[in-house]
Design a protein around this ligand. Structure first.
Ligand code: FES
Ligand code: FES
Length: 161
């Protein structure tokens, strides 16, 4: 066991962890932040996507000890300060960008990462950016629409399925 400290959604946390503890497991089991989902644990699905020092990272690809001292943001830290949904979260709701919701935290984190560096992405750029995030329900179409809407762009340009 070793001590690890990091800032998670603005709060400093310190815990003892095993060296093999993945960041995704740490967030869920040690901190109770179960919004970060685990779909595969093998870097395939993107459900575990979080931000590490502002960069999009699949939480199952790094050990908790690897991010000692880092600034972590999870889906629990995405809402506005008054508790209302962020623009991206609201867009997912408005455009039916989710069904079962399992992939949604990872999708929202990935979308936020894209819009931080590319505020007006094209449909192709959105699809390319989200290719590491799998969804078994939606067919992706409404997820792309939601990201397009969150960027303030007209979703009418996205062809109907
Ligand atoms: S649980 Fe991390 S990519 Fe699937
Ligand atoms: S909404 Fe069910 S996996 Fe994406």
């Amino acid at each position: 066991m070793a001590k690890v400290s990091m800032t998670v959604n603005g709060k400093t946390v310190t815990r003892e962890v095993e060296g093999r503890t993945l960041l995704s497991t740490f967030l869920r089991e040690d901190l109770g932040l179960t919004g970060t989902h685990i779909g595969c644990d093998t870097s395939q699905c993107g459900a575990c996507t979080v931000h590490v020092d502002g960069q999009q990272v699949k939480g199952c690809t790094v050990f908790a000890l690897d991010v000692d001292g880092a600034d972590i943001r999870t889906i629990e830290g995405m809402a506005n300060k008054d508790g209302s949904l962020s623009v991206i979260q609201q867009a997912f709701q408005d455009h039916h960008g989710l069904q079962c919701g399992f992939c949604t935290p990872g999708m929202v984190m990935a979308a936020a990462s894209l819009l931080a560096v590319n505020p007006k992405p094209t449909e192709a750029e959105i699809r390319h950016h989200l290719e590491g995030n799998l969804c078994r329900c939606t067919g992706y179409h409404n997820i792309v629409k939601a990201v397009m809407a969150a960027s303030g762009q007209d979703v009418g340009s996205i062809a109907a399925e």
